[in-house]
Design a protein around this ligand. Sequence first.
Ligand SMILES: *[C@@H]1O[C@H](CO)[C@@H](O)[C@H](O)[C@H]1NC(C)=O
Ligand SMILES: CC(=O)N[C@H]1CO[C@H](CO)[C@@H](O)[C@@H]1O
Ligand SMILES: [Cu+2]
Length: 257
Amino acid sequence: MLSTSLFGTVALLFGGASAHGAVTSYVVAGKSYAGYQGFSPTTTPVIQRQWPDYNPVLSASDAKLRCNGGTSAQLSAPVQPGDSISATWSQWTHSQGPILVWMYKCAGDFASCDGSDAGWFKIDEAGFHGDGKTVFLNTETPSGWDIAKLVGGNKNWSSTIPQGLAPGNYLVRHELIALHQANNPQFYAECAQLTVGGSGTAVPDASYKAAIPGYCKQSDSNIKVDIDNHSIPQTYVIPGPPVFKGTAAKKAREFNA
Ligand SMILES: *[C@@H]1O[C@H](CO)[C@@H](O)[C@H](O)[C@H]1NC(C)=O
Ligand SMILES: CC(=O)N[C@H]1CO[C@H](CO)[C@@H](O)[C@@H]1O
Ligand SMILES: [Cu+2]
């Protein structure tokens, strides 16, 4: 399934037999931003950190888990707390697993921001909606997982920048964990650069933060999932810390009084 030769990766992209995926564009606060579209670097500056290939990261401890190998981008997208950010995957075929959207506040400029400490926090997540009848399907058909919404259709996932988030330079990281191969999780994550404006003061405390890699272990029951075995509990706890929602502006309350 993994191709290392150039021929293999090209076949993978255009042959479509073994379709993986990556974030290929964004809409941030209503403005569209192109990302990388495959293996050739774009000549146009983008907000996305360049990823080298569509192939999944297969180990929870691989450094490539952080941004799929991407280390820098020339641009950043301005955004305000409460604005929407949407990522698009030009192709995606796996219907089982969670969606996680993370941010990381850079200490300074983007060029020296590598996201290498435990400063990552989730702003959004989606998992499995068990109804007692829907089981962890081992087929590539629509399922009780929200990730299935990315299969077919527009392949977009929209999230909200936390209310009141303190301004600064941030990385945003969209992660899909595909669980369709029993006990062989596949991690897909790409990063982009956001400049958060405004005068918010909301900062996630340590209970919301984690390192990437580090937020999960390969042996965790929500990472290594025996998905074909329908006698395991058909419930799913999304990995990582709780989602940070920021703080609603105090002004809204004052008007209520
Ligand atoms: C399926 O899961 C159950 C519960 O964990 C376990 O007892 C059983 O051995 C598993 N079956 C297979 C084929 O692995
Ligand atoms: C809001 C958003 O991101 N919309 C995009 C969804 O994906 C399609 C392409 O599949 C884009 O054209 C939209 O801009
Ligand atoms: Cu794949």
